[in-house]
Ligand binder design. Structure first.
Ligand code: PNW
Length: 479
């Protein structure tokens, strides 16, 4: 029997790849060293430390700027095939634009990439993971469409300096989080509460930025460098709260407003924003007496540029929500436009992050939704993981990784989903944005009181290592 008590015993398809991930601001530190200048997170933590759970910042973080060799050592020990990290924009381009290219910044990433390759680990590079140069934020940040071109310029610097060795590129990490949490809710940097408008403008620019970088790579770099390039989107699974058709529709709406917003223009057959979003935001805008929709429209030129502009579907997934139809949120706002209320089942186990409950089966449902909605694209899971409050005996993380990976295996073997890689978030305990250092996501702990920032394997690192070694779940394995 392959499935026993809901657990699938078996292995991942041949060639399936395992990795782990971090992002620049969360681990590098050295915030103002060697010419690096201020980005939007530097600005937020220095000006408004009260909004960070422990008043902390990423000034030193895990100090990976100096300790990258330690990072590669543990990656090797883990046995992962690839490492996903991101580039710090202001470390490479201190002015935000290409008038100055930092030799030290380029050197740092060259050293890291070379160290990885020397140890047989493939680099997977995210060009942008939320740390916009403050100088560009001063021009309006992602609400200003010109940002798409600044991003394209930055991407060109990345491809031409690192593309001889980097064969796996991710343009943007989670444009939904950057747009909604950064420009609509007013939580994350740049912490603008431009509800109902700013998030959609930001998302619009981020989509264009992605398309420009994709086509730049495709035309000018792919022929010689022969790598892959895609985008990473995040999504909760949205489970209808009841079987009332109203709640079924609400759950579908919630998925379209989070994942569909960015996935539909890129991965659907017709392209453009999801019809549901266009219709609802258009109607709401009209009711509000506006002359045009708060959701900008994509011209046919951009619809064509966006369609199919990703070699793979990068997916970050952590948890699920229960969804019911409701009118709530500030008027106007992204939340209100969704006409949904989200909640959780009190039986879902809690973790170190208030928004994250353990719901492994939601992962399989989400993977199946993507398969159906976007014609079974090649999915690369670019993040999945869980937080706790710390400690090396992280039993909950071992269970989380095991169960989520098992649901992913079922999606592959039983449902025919196309999934070719899995990335565990995160390699290290790090600066968890507004959560500071109070929410630990690492499979390695970092001693933040130790100037050496010593890294120590947690039980989950060993468990993940075993899954990788076995390429899945063997019957005899003690789980
Ligand atoms: C990811 N949410 O984002 C990020 O890519 C990582 O940088 C981060 O450390 C990790 O998750 C853990 O939080 C998310 O509240 C953050 O909806 C928050 C949400 C979703 C994704």
């Amino acid at each position: 029997k392959t499935v026993e008590k809901g657990f699938y015993y078996g292995t991942f398809p041949e060639g399936f790849k395992f990795g782990t991930a971090t992002s620049a601001y969360q681990i590098e530190g050295a915030w103002n060293e060697d010419g690096k200048t201020e980005n939007i997170w530097d600005r937020l933590v220095h000006q408004n430390s009260a909004v960070i759970a422990d008043g902390s910042n990423g000034d030193i973080a895990a100090d990976s700027y100096h300790k990258y060799k330690d990072d590669v050592k543990i990656l090797k020990e883990l046995g992962v095939e690839f490492y996903r990290f991101s580039l710090s924009w202001t470390r490479v381009l201190p002015k935000g634009d290409v008038s100055v290219i930092s030799t030290e910044g380029i050197q740092y990433y060259n050293d890291l990439i070379d160290e990885l390759l020397a140890n047989g680990i493939m680099p997977m590079v995210t060009i942008y993971h939320w740390d916009l140069p403050q100088s560009l934020q001063d021009l309006g940040g992602w609400t200003n469409e010109i940002m798409a071109e600044y991003f394209e310029d930055f991407a060109r610097v990345a491809f031409s300096n690192f593309g001889d060795r980097v064969k796996w590129w991710i343009t943007l990490n989670e444009p939904w989080v950057q747009s909604v949490l950064g420009y609509d809710f007013g939580w994350d940097a740049p912490r603008l509460n431009l509800h109902g408008v700013g998030g959609y403008l930001s998302g619009h620019t981020m989509l264009k930025a992605h398309a420009l970088a994709f086509h730049l790579y495709d035309k000018e770099f792919r022929p010689s460098q022969k790598g892959k390039i895609g985008i990473t989107l995040e999504s909760f699974w949205m489970e209808p709260k009841t079987s009332d058709p109203k709640d079924l529709e609400a759950a579908e709406r919630a998925l379209q407003f989070e994942l569909g917003w960015f996935a539909h223009p890129i991965f659907s057959k017709n392209g453009d924003y999801p019809p549901l979003m266009k219709q609802i935001i258009g109607e709401n805008s009209k009711k509000e007496g506006l002359k045009r929709s708060r959701l900008p429209s994509l011209s046919s030129k951009w619809i064509e540029l966006l369609k199919g502009s990703s070699d793979f579907f990068g997916l970050n997934h952590y948890t699920s929500y229960l969804v019911e139809a409701d009118e709530n949120g500030q008027d106007p706002s992204w939340r209100r436009d969704t006409r949904c209320k989200t909640s959780v089942n009190p039986l879902w186990p809690e973790t170190g992050s208030p928004w994250l409950k353990v719901v492994p089966w939601g992962f399989r449902k989400l993977l199946n939704w993507i398969k159906k909605e976007y014609n079974n694209p090649d999915v690369i899971v670019t993040e999945n993981g869980v937080s706790d409050k710390g400690g090396l005996a992280d039993k909950q993380r071992v269970a989380y990784i095991t169960e989520y990976m098992n649901e992913m295996l079922k999606a592959i073997k039983l449902d025919g989903c196309n999934i070719s890689a899995y990335t565990c978030w995160s390699l290290l305990d790090n600066f968890e944005w507004l959560g500071g250092y109070t929410q630990k996501f690492g499979i390695y702990s970092v001693d933040f009181d130790d100037p050496e920032r010593r890294r120590t394997a947690k039980e989950s690192a060993k468990a993940y290592s075993t899954i990788i070694k076995n390429n899945g779940f063997l019957k005899c394995q003690d789980i």
